[in-house]
Design a protein around this ligand. Structure first.
Ligand SMILES: [Zn+2]
Length: 70
């Protein structure tokens, strides 16, 4: 029985599965992609703009004139 633990001691930071040298330090390209997205979302911080009170007017658009016609 040969030890199949290729990169022992280096679990995937995403899913904690044993990582593979091909996608180190991740276990798969998918996990690497997930980490990349996390990285990007953390790097490119989108400034949350304060919500204006104008949005209140968009909540109840009384444009149901069509229904009253039927
Ligand atoms: Zn993984």
């Amino acid at each position: 029985m040969a030890a199949s633990l290729v990169t022992a001691g280096r679990p995937c930071p995403i899913c904690t599965k044993p990582a593979v040298p091909e996608h180190a330090p991740f276990c798969s390209v998918r996990c690497a992609d997930i980490d990349l997205h996390r990285w990007l979302s953390g790097t490119y911080v989108i400034p949350a703009e304060p919500v204006d009170d104008d949005e209140d007017a968009l909540i109840s658009p009384d444009g149901a004139d069509d229904e009253s016609d039927r």
